[in-house]
Write a protein that binds this ligand. Structure first.
Ligand code: C2E
Ligand code: CA
Ligand code: CA
Length: 753
C-alpha cells in the first residue's frame, strides 16, 4: 500500500501544484495584459469622446441666436437654445455664463448651480476649457467654450455626467471592472496587485486630475475556469488514489497473504516444527509454491529424522551409539530409581580384533562386527538394550539387574559369540572381555557408569580375565595406569628406565653362573615402579617392543662390562608376546651382541607359554631364528600354563624355569614336590636345563638341588639389585657347598663359568 499509494499521491500533488502554479502565473499575466489593453481602449475612447463633445460645444458657441441672446441678456432665449442643443447632443447640463462668471441661463435647477465654482471662467483671456467638476452631487465632464461676438461676451458651458452609465459603457468596452473615482492624488502608474485584484488607474480625460478611471480585473474571477479544472483534477486524482488503494488491498490479499502464510510456515520449520500442511489452495503460482514448499518441508523433516538417527546410531551396526546409550541409560536409571531397582551396565569388547583385521582385512572385520551385533541383538532378551560404542566395543544395559545377576548374561554373550560367526565360510569364534558396573552401587550418573564398566573391562583384559565387576576406588589406579602407559615412551628416552639384576646360582658348583635382567622404572611422580605395573600396559600400548630393545641393549652392555672385570656371566632377558611376533627381533639381538662382543650363547631369552600360544607358528619362527644365531631360549613360569611338555616339543628350548609358585611351596606341599620332581625328570629327558625360581630359603635351595635342578634363583641368594649393588654382592659371594646331590641322568654338562 505504502509503495503504491504514497508515491502516486506525491506525484499527483506535485503535478497539481506545478500546473496550478503555471496557471496562476498565466492568469496573472493575461489579467495584466487585459488591463493594459483596457487602459488603451479607455483613453482612446475618452479622447475621441472629448473630441466629439468639444466639436458639439464649439457648434453651440457659434450659434448666432445664442450669441445675440447672450449679448442682449435674454435668458429665456438662451434657455431655450440651451435646452434644444443639449437635448440633441445628450448633454445633461448646459449653461451660459457672462464674463464675470455669473450664470445667465442654465438647464440645471437653481440648487444645483455651482456658485462661484465657475469663477475661473471670469477671465479676460477666455479660451476653450475641458475639465471635470462637481455640480451639487453630480460629477460632470465640463467643456467651456467662449462666446465671441466677435469679442468675448461670455462662455457656453456644457456638462456630461460622469456616472454609472459611462462606467458601464467603459466596462462593456474593455470587459473589465471600471470605476471612475475622485482622486486627490495623481493616479498610480502601472498595474497594482493585491491578493484578489489587479488594478490600473489612468487620468480621466485631458486637463483633469480630479478623477481617474480605475480598471480592475478580479483574479478570483479570472481563475474561475481554472478552479473548475482544478476541482476536476482533484476528483480525478482522488479517484485514482482510491483505485490504487483498492488494488493494493487486493494485492495484499492475493499475494501478500499467501506470502505471509509461507513466511510463518518457514518460521515453524526454523523452530523445528514440521507439522501441518500449508493452507494455500489457489491454483496459481502461489498454490504451486505452497505445494513445493510442502514437499520441501517433508523432505527436510525426513532428512532431519535420518540425520538425527545417524547422530544417535552407529553407521556400521545401526545400534545406538555412545550418545544414545547415555540417553537410554539415563532413562533406565531414572525409572529404576523410582522402582528402587538396579541397572547393570556391561561394557563388552571383542578380543583380538587387531589380529583378525590384520589377517582378514578391515572389510572382513567390519562384517564380523556387524554379524556379532546381529547375533547379540537376535539372541538377547527384548528388554536388554544393546549399544555399539566403539569399533569393537558394545554396551549392554540391563534394567532391573545387578552385577551378580548380570553374570548369567555374560555367559550368554560368551556363548552367542563363542559359538562362532560365519565369515566367508570361515567360522570365527569371538572372545570377549567384559566389565560390569551397577546402578546405584557404583554411581547414579550414566556417563560414570559407562566409564566404570569400561574400566572394569580394561582391568579384566589386563588381568587376562573374561569378566570383571568394577570395584569402587579402582578409578585412581586406572588413571595411574593410563599415565604410566602414556609416560613410558618418554621414560625410555629420558633414561628413567633401569635394569636390575638377580643372580642365578649353579647348583652343581655352587657358584654364580648368570643373572636375570629385570626392569625397573624410576617414575618422577610415582617413584620406583615394578614391571608388573607397567609391562602389561606397555604390551597393550605397543611400546613393549621399544622397552625390550632397551633392556636387551642395557643387559648385553652390562654383560660386556662384567666380562671386562673378569666375571663372565650368562644374561637372561625376558621377552613378551609382542616381541615374539617381531620378525626383526633376531636381527636386532644379533646386532646388539656383535656391537658388544658378547657371544650369543651367553644370552638367554625367557619366554612364557602363554606368549607363545598367542600365535604359535610365528613365535616358533622367531624363536628358531634366535636359536639359529645361537641364543638360548628359556621357558619361563613353567607350570602355570595349560600346555604339557610334549606340546613344547616343537619349540627350540634350552632351559625350563619352574614357576616360583611351585618352588616356594615345595617343602610344605608334597604334591607340588611331586610335580616339580616329574617336571625336572621330563625336562632332562628333553635335554633341557632346569632353573628353580623363587628360592627363598636355604632348605628350598637344597631340596631343588637334590631334585636335580641345575640352577636356582631367588631372594635367598639375592633380590634383584641395581648394577653397582650387584657387583658388591658378587664380590661378597662365597661359593655354596653341596653335600648331597641327587644323581640325574643328564646328557650334557652344565657349563661352569
Ligand atoms: P619373572 O620373569 O618371573 O621374574 C621373576 C620375578 O620374581 C621378579 O619380579 C623377581 O623379583 C621375582 N622373584 C625373584 N626371586 C623371588 C623369590 O625368592 N620370591 C619371590 N616372591 N619373588 C621372587 P619382578 O622383577 O617384579 O618381575 C616381574 C615380572 O616382570 C617378571 O617375571 C617378568 O615376567 C616381567 N619382567 C621383568 N622385566 C622384564 C623385561 O625386561 N621385559 C619383559 N618383557 N618382562 C619383564
Ligand atoms: Ca623371567
Ligand atoms: Ca618366572
Amino acid at each position: 500500500m505504502l509503495l503504491t499509494v504514497v508515491p502516486l499521491a506525491v506525484a499527483q500533488i506535485v503535478t497539481l501544484f506545478a500546473v496550478m502554479q503555471t496557471v496562476e502565473k498565466d492568469v496573472d499575466t493575461r489579467a495584466r495584459e487585459s488591463l493594459i489593453v483596457g487602459s488603451t481602449v479607455v483613453s482612446e475612447f475618452l479622447s475621441s469622446r472629448g473630441e466629439q463633445l468639444r466639436t458639439s460645444v464649439s457648434v453651440l458657441a457659434a450659434d448666432f441666436g445664442l450669441k445675440q441672446a447672450t449679448a442682449t441678456g435674454d435668458a429665456a432665449t438662451i434657455r431655450s437654445v440651451l435646452d434644444n442643443h443639449s437635448r440633441r447632443i445628450n448633454a445633461d447640463m448646459a449653461m451660459v455664463v457672462d464674463l464675470d462668471g455669473n450664470t445667465l441661463a442654465s438647464t440645471l435647477d437653481e440648487a444645483d448651480r455651482p456658485e462661484g465654482h465657475l469663477a475661473f471662467l471670469a477671465n479676460d483671456d477666455v479660451q476653450n476649457i475641458e475639465t471635470t467638476a462637481l455640480f451639487g452631487e453630480t460629477a460632470y465632464h465640463v467643456f467651456v467654450v467662449p462666446l465671441r461676438a466677435p469679442v468675448a461676451i461670455g462662455s457656453v458651458v456644457l456638462g456630461f455626467p460622469i456616472d454609472h452609465q459611462l462606467e458601464n459603457r467603459l466596462a462593456s468596452l474593455t470587459g473589465l471592472d471600471v470605476s471612475i473615482v475622485a482622486s486627490e492624488t495623481a493616479p498610480t502608474k502601472g498595474v497594482v496587485a493585491d491578493a484578489h485584484t489587479l488594478s490600473y488607474s489612468l487620468p480621466f480625460g485631458a486637463g483633469s486630475s480630479r478623477f481617474s478611471v480605475v480598471l480592475q480585473r478580479s483574479l478570483d474571477e479570472a481563475m474561475l475556469p481554472y478552479v473548475e479544472a482544478r476541482r476536476g483534477l482533484l476528483i480525478f486524482a482522488g479517484t485514482l488514489l482510491l483505485l490504487v488503494a483498492l488494488a493494493g488491498v487486493m494485492f495484499s490479499t492475493t499475494i501478500a497473504k499467501p506470502l505471509r502464510t509461507l513466511a510463518s510456515a518457514t518460521q515453524k520449520i526454523i523452530s523445528g516444527n514440521y507439522e501441518g500442511d500449508l493452507k494455500v489452495s489457489s491454483g496459481d503460482e502461489f498454490g504451486e509454491l505452497a505445494s513445493s514448499f510442502d514437499s520441501m518441508r517433508h523432505a527436510i523433516s525426513e532428512r532431519e529424522q535420518r540425520i538425527s538417527h545417524q547422530a544417535l546410531h552407529d553407521a556400521l551396526t545401526n545400534l545406538p551409539n555412545r550418545y544414545k546409550v547415555l540417553q537410554i541409560l539415563t532413562t533406565a536409571i531414572e525409572s529404576a530409581r523410582d522402582d528402587q531397582r538396579s541397572v547393570a551396565v556391561l561394557s563388552i569388547r571383542l578380543s583380538r580384533m587387531d589380529e583378525i583385521s590384520s589377517t582378514l582385512g578391515h572389510k572382513a572385520t567390519d562384517e564380523l562386527i556387524i554379524q556379532a551385533a546381529r547375533h547379540l541383538r537376535v539372541n538377547l532378551d527384548k528388554d536388554d538394550l544393546l549399544g555399539h560404542t566403539g569399533s569393537n566395543e558394545f554396551v549392554l544395559v540391563l534394567p532391573g539387574q545387578d552385577a551378580a545377576s548380570a553374570m548369567s548374561r555374560v555367559e550368554r554373550i560368551e556363548q552367542i559369540l563363542g559359538s562362532g560367526v560365519t565369515l566367508e565360510n570361515i567360522d570365527v569364534a569371538l572372545q570377549t572381555e567384559i566389565g560390569i558396573a551397577e546402578f546405584p552401587k557404583h554411581s547414579n550418573v550414566a556417563a560414570e557408569l559407562l566409564r566404570y564398566a569400561s574400566i572394569a573391562r580394561t582391568e579384566a583384559r589386563t588381568g587376562k580375565e573374561r569378566v570383571r565387576v568394577y570395584e569402587a576406588g579402582r578409578e585412581d589406579e586406572f588413571v595411574r595406569r593410563l599415565r604410566v602407559v602414556s609416560d613410558l615412551r618418554t621414560a625410555i628416552s629420558n633414561d628413567h628406565i633401569e635394569v636390575w639384576y638377580q643372580p642365578k646360582v649353579c647348583l652343581n658348583e655352587g657358584v654364580v653362573c648368570g643373572a636375570e635382567a629385570l626392569v625397573r622404572w624410576q617414575h618422577p611422580e610415582f617413584g620406583l615402579l615394578f614391571p608388573d605395573e607397567f609391562i602389561p600396559a606397555a604390551e597393550q600400548a605397543g611400546s613393549i617392543v621399544h622397552l625390550t630393545r632397551y633392556v636387551l641393549t642395557k643387559a648385553v652392555k652390562q654383560c660386556r662390562e662384567w666380562a671386562d672385570r673378569g666375571c663372565v656371566l650368562h644374561m637372561s632377558v625376558n621377552l613378551s608376546v609382542r616381541d615374539l611376533l617381531d620378525e626383526y627381533l633376531p636381527y636386532h639381538v644379533l646386532q646388539i651382541l656383535k656391537e658388544n662382543g658378547v657371544k650369543p650363547d651367553q644370552l638367554t631369552l625367557e619366554v612364557t607359554e602363554s606368549s607363545i600360544m598367542e600365535d604359535v607358528a610365528r613365535a616358533v619362527l622367531v624363536l628358531e631364528c634366535l636359536r639359529d644365531i645361537g641364543v638360548r631360549i628359556s621357558m619361563d613360569d613353567f607350570g602355570t600354563g595349560h600346555s604339557s611338555l610334549a606340546q613344547l616339543r616343537n619349540i627350540p628350548l634350552r632351559e625350563l624355569k619352574i614357576d616360583k609358585s611351585f618352588v616356594m611351596t615345595i617343602l610344605a606341599d608334597a604334591q607340588n614336590e611331586a610335580i616339580v620332581r616329574t617336571t625336572i625328570d621330563l625336562a632332562h629327558s628333553l635335554h633341557l636345563e632346569v632353573v628353580a625360581e623363587g628360592v627363598e630359603d636355604e632348605a628350598t635351595m637344597r631340596r631343588v638341588a637334590s631334585l636335580g635342578c641345575e640352577q636356582a634363583q631367588g631372594y635367598f641368594l639375592s633380590k634383584p639389585l641395581p648394577p653397582n649393588e650387584f657387583i658388591a654382592w658378587l664380590d661378597d659371594f662365597k661359593p655354596i657347598v653341596f653335600h648331597e646331590r641327587r644323581k640325574t641322568d643328564r646328557a650334557f654338562a652344565t657349563k661352569a663359568t
